[in-house]
Design a protein around this ligand. Structure first.
Ligand code: AMP
Ligand code: TRP
Length: 326
């Protein structure tokens, strides 16, 4: 069995892009691998957060993990700041990373652009991410393509430390999503669907009600030729809707093209609304059932205990190898 680790930041608006691109994959992996799924609250404070909202979003993501099918009996679900090893290892890795490699990270460049002075945590963000991964001797990290550079950096740091102190870390592999798993914004299908886009109809959030789902899909940008064909470069709108339809139903894009040959966008969209509503309803119901339950808190406490037990072993080895402590 391989060990799998991934994390999602506790921000609101978890959308079908996060679900189809990441969470669904998390669920599939838990059946034959040992999985740890973390809510990375320490990462989210690289930008200012309201304390009440942060805690509420942390519990939202935990409940969503559970509601989409991540089973806390099979997988370890926990909150990053509940395991002190993340911050502790991050410092040790900070001393083994170079400012040059950190300044090349495109996410840092994007997020700090236009700011006169960026928080140092935004700069060292990828080191904390490397610590998350290396702390558990992780073999596989399922993430979106946007995280490729961070995974490479994590591998570089692990190899660098292993060259100095043999056998310290397991060097992980990223498991990246296929291009088709990228869900684009409904209003601007040339951009990725995002949590932060101003137009709420640009995304379908996992907790949207049926009416909002319907409106978002019916308003989605298409083109004027009225042909239901997958061609992301020339027909990005309808191609994105085909991707979403296929991901929700398991029906291949080819079969969908055949089924809707000669039909108009209106009919296609109506059916897609039906498919999305059917897929999201049980998630929303499960979420509402557990979000404010003691069971959720207990699952997170239990997850943190199990994660701590693994991380303490790694930290012991790391400190031993570096000559830290007595
Ligand atoms: P984030 O929204 O950046 O916290 O991402 C959480 C996870 O969802 C990461 O693995 C991302 O790569 C993935 N993700 C985010 N947006 C999309 C999208 N539009 N399509 C597919 N996957 C996405
Ligand atoms: N940086 C990741 C993102 O924005 C979240 C994350 C933090 C993560 N630590 C991780 C993902 C460790 C995988 C493994 O999506």
């Amino acid at each position: 069995m391989k060990r799998v680790f991934s994390g999602v930041q506790p921000t609101g608006n978890i959308h079908i892009g996060n679900y189809l691109g990441a969470l669904k994959q998390f669920v599939e992996l838990q059946n034959d691998q040992e999985c740890l799924y973390c809510i990375v609250d320490l990462h989210s404070i690289t930008l200012p957060q309201d304390p009440k909202e942060l805690r509420s979003h942390t519990l939202d993501v935990a409940a969503l993990y559970w509601a989409v099918g991540i089973d806390p009996k099979k997988s370890i679900i926990f909150v990053q700041s509940d395991v002190p090893g993340h911050s502790e290892l991050a410092w040790i890795l900070t001393c083994n990373a170079y400012t040059g490699e950190l300044s090349r990270m495109t996410q840092f460049k994007d997020k700090s652009r236009g700011q006169e002075s960026a928080p140092a945590g935004l700069f060292t963000y990828p080191i904390l991410m490397a610590a998350d991964i290396l702390l558990y001797d992780t073999d596989i990290v399922p993430v979106g393509n946007d995280q490729k550079q961070h995974i490479e950096l994590c591998r570089d740091i692990a190899i660098r430390v292993n060259n100095k102190h043999k056998g310290t870390f397991t060097v992980p592999d990223g498991r990246f999503l296929k291009e088709g798993a990228r869900v684009m914004a409904l209003d601007e299908p040339d951009k990725k669907m995002s949590k932060s886009a101003e137009n709420a109809f640009s995304r379908i959030s996992l907790l949207d009600d049926d009416n909002k789902i319907k409106k978002s899909i019916m308003r989605a940008t298409t083109d004027s030729d009225g042909i239901i064909k997958y061609n992301p470069s020339e027909k990005s709108g309808i191609s994105n809707l085909l991707t979403i339809y296929s991901a929700f139903t398991g029906v291949s894009i080819e079969s969908l093209e055949k089924k809707y040959d000669g039909c108009g966008y209106g009919d296609f969209k109506k059916d897609l609304v039906e498919a999305a509503v059917t897929a999201l309803k049980p998630i929303r119901e499960q979420f509402n059932e557990i979000r404010h339950s003691q069971e959720l808190i207990d699952a997170l406490k239990n997850g943190a205990e199990r994660a701590n037990a693994i991380s303490e072993k790694t930290m012991k080895r790391v400190k031993e190898n570096f000559g830290l402590g007595i």
